[in-house]
Design a protein around this ligand. Structure first.
Ligand code: NI
Length: 175
C-alpha cells in the first residue's frame, strides 16, 4: 500500500526565511529523499514547476523541478545545485513564484546556463539548459541564496507587486 506524501506549507513573502541563505545538504543526509518527495507532491498540488527548500521552511540547498507537470511526471531533484556557467546572451520570460501567489513579471536572465548538482542516488549530474528550464533553474537556485524573481525587476515594479501581494493576502486572510 502506498500513501500520498504529506504536503508542506509554502511560505509566502514577506516571510523572513525566504531571504536567508540555505546551507549545503550534507552527503547522505537521510532526510532528503522523503523531503524531496514531499516537496514534489507540494509543487504538483500547488501547482508549480519548481520549489526550493527555503520555500517550505527547510534552509537546505535542495530544489525540485518539473517543467512539464501536465504530461507524464518528469521530476528532477537537485541536491546542492550550482550554476557553473552562464551565457552572455540574455533572455526575458514571464515568471511567477509559489511564494508570491498571483504575481507575475517579465524577468531577464542569462539565456543559457550550465548547472551541476548531486542526484538522490549521490551521482554528480550536469545539464546545459536553455528556454524554460534555464529560467526555472536560475529562479530556484536564487531561492537558495534568499533571492526572489522580484529582485530582478525595477524597484518601481517590485514595490507594486509586493504591495499588490500584501493587499491580496490580507483580503484572503479575511475570507
Ligand atoms: Ni519561486
Amino acid at each position: 500500500m502506498t500513501t500520498a506524501p504529506e504536503l508542506l506549507p509554502i511560505l509566502i513573502v514577506p516571510d523572513a526565511r525566504l531571504r536567508q541563505k540555505a546551507r549545503p545538504v550534507a552527503p547522505n543526509d537521510p532526510r532528503i529523499p522523503a523531503l524531496a518527495e514531499r516537496m514534489l507532491a507540494t509543487m504538483y498540488k500547488a501547482p508549480g514547476i519548481g520549489l526550493a527548500g527555503p520555500q517550505v521552511g527547510e534552509l537546505l540547498r535542495l530544489v525540485v523541478i518539473d517543467i512539464h507537470p501536465d504530461d507524464k511526471p518528469d521530476p528532477i531533484v537537485l541536491v546542492n545545485p550550482e550554476i557553473v556557467a552562464a551565457s552572455a546572451e540574455a533572455a526575458t520570460r514571464e515568471e511567477g513564484c509559489l511564494s508570491l501567489p498571483g504575481q507575475y513579471a517579465e524577468v531577464t536572465r542569462p539565456a543559457r546556463v550550465k548547472v551541476r548538482w548531486t542526484d538522490l542516488a549521490g551521482a554528480r549530474r550536469e545539464v546545459e539548459a536553455d528556454g524554460l528550464l534555464s529560467a526555472c533553474l536560475q529562479h530556484e537556485i536564487d531561492h537558495l541564496d534568499g533571492r526572489l524573481f522580484v529582485d530582478h525587476v525595477s524597484a518601481l515594479k517590485r514595490n507594486m507587486l509586493l504591495r499588490k501581494l500584501a493587499k491580496e493576502q490580507k483580503a484572503k486572510a479575511r475570507e
